[in-house]
Design a protein around this ligand. Structure first.
Ligand SMILES: Cc1cc2nc3c(=O)[nH]c(=O)nc-3n(C[C@H](O)[C@H](O)[C@H](O)COP(=O)(O)OP(=O)(O)OC[C@H]3O[C@@H](n4cnc5c(N)ncnc54)[C@H](O)[C@@H]3O)c2cc1C
Length: 341
């Protein structure tokens, strides 16, 4: 199936979300894609609970709070979200662009807005021999179907929220569960750590701290366990049918670097009038764009989104003057926002 759209936004971080709003005010409906399973970019994935103090007119909000407010603000424009899909190919065609995602959706878009931040976030991998071979069957970096782990022996690697949350969620139905952490202090919420430690005290799960994984044990193409080196250097083997790895996410500019766009220091060069790239019809905003004086701040991305939207409107409706209208007083804006006059 090919999805046709006037505006396709790549990246659902705060700037991509605000791009939906600015396009919506001008009557342009958008589709928005992100490789991660939830919107919010760095705010959601790197600092959901940390306070932000420099959003204009919002004295303080958390990363998650900002994303929640943006999601509410863009509701009237009903963007179509395509989450958990990485854009892997972008190719100019007559009248627009052909875009393909992994796992395989195809779009025909008249304009493109790249709001890819520092790139798409990828799980940090387990660098042990054979890990790539077993990935998806016995080595996992996310949980798609918890039923797969029922009645199995599980080893979970990591000390952040994902590791602890999945240890708590999967433990009760697992044949055995061992949490293995490289340190003895945790990045996860203290309440989750306390809950898992109390389960460990009752023998329901095992926690091994200050240990690093050194090798995988396998029987043919099946995983049978993981070998560790403990704090004192002694070896230990944990028997496991599945290993779940939660070492966090690292950004990768990835496919964006291959789309023929002018890059400077891993960012996309744009002009400061329209935030357009060297390819007409492709705009770049937020952390991924580069111009003299660029500051990687959310408020800068919001400004860039507004100007890119005006430029896209002019491209989509050539010859038609784009008037600036105030949301306070314009009946057209009110209609688009779905508020009564
Ligand atoms: C700890 C921390 C604290 C911060 N505090 C502040 C602060 O107080 N004030 C402030 O202004 N800024 C702060 N920042 C910076 C701020 O978070 C960034 O400027 C902002 O997130 C940039 O937004 P963005 O939408 O451009 O990109 P991002 O938030 O990085 O989102 C980009 C999205 O694009 C997706 N993506 C990329 N490539 C692809 C692809 N090929 N296919 C599909 N999806 C893709 C990514 O998965 C990601 O979700 C902070 C950053 C950190 C790490």
């Amino acid at each position: 199936m090919v999805i046709q759209t006037d505006a396709l936004i790549i990246g659902a971080g705060p700037c991509g979300l605000f791009q939906v709003f600015e396009l919506g005010l001008l009557g342009i409906k958008a589709d928005i894609i992100d490789s991660l399973p939830a919107a919010g970019g760095q705010c959601t994935w790197l600092y959901p609970d940390k306070p932000i103090y420099d959003i204009p007119a919002v004295p303080v909000c958390t990363g998650a709070g900002l994303v929640a407010s943006l999601m509410t603000q863009i509701e009237p424009f009903k963007p179509v979200f395509h989450l958990g899909e990485e854009v892997v190919a972008l190719q100019p065609i007559e009248g627009g662009f052909r875009v393909r995602t992994a796992p395989g959706k195809e779009f025909l878009a008249k304009t493109i807005f790249i709001a890819g931040g520092v790139g798409s976030f990828q799980p940090r991998k387990l660098h042990l021999e054979g890990a790539d071979d077993l990935e998806g069957r016995f080595i996992h970096y996310s949980v798609q179907d918890p039923a797969l782990f029922k009645g199995k022996r599980l080893a979970i690697l990591g000390g952040g929220d994902s590791a602890l949350d999945w240890a708590l969620a999967l433990g009760p139905d697992a044949a055995a569960l061992t949490l293995i952490h490289r340190r003895d202090d945790y990045r996860a919420a203290p309440a989750s750590v306390a809950q898992l430690k109390s389960r460990a005290a009752s023998g329901a799960v095992e926690i091994i701290e200050s240990a690093s994984a050194t090798a995988l044990r396998r029987n043919g193409d099946r995983l049978t366990g993981i070998e560790l080196s403990l704090k004192d250097g002694s070896p230990r083997t944990v028997e496991a049918d599945h290993v779940l790895v939660f070492f966090g996410l690292s950004p990768k500019l990835g496919p964006i670097a291959e789309w023929g766009l002018t890059l400077h220091k891993k960012a996309i060069t744009v002009d400061t009038e329209a935030f357009q790239t060297n390819v007409p019809g492709i705009f770049a905003i937020g952390d991924i764009c580069d111009y003299p004086g660029k500051k990687k701040l959310i408020l800068s991305g919001f400004h860039e989104a507004a100007l890119a939207a005006f430029a896209a409107k002019a491209l989509l409706e050539p010859g038609k003057k784009v008037h600036l209208q105030y949301t306070t007083t314009s009946p057209l804006m009110h209609k688009r926002l779905g508020v009564a006059d």
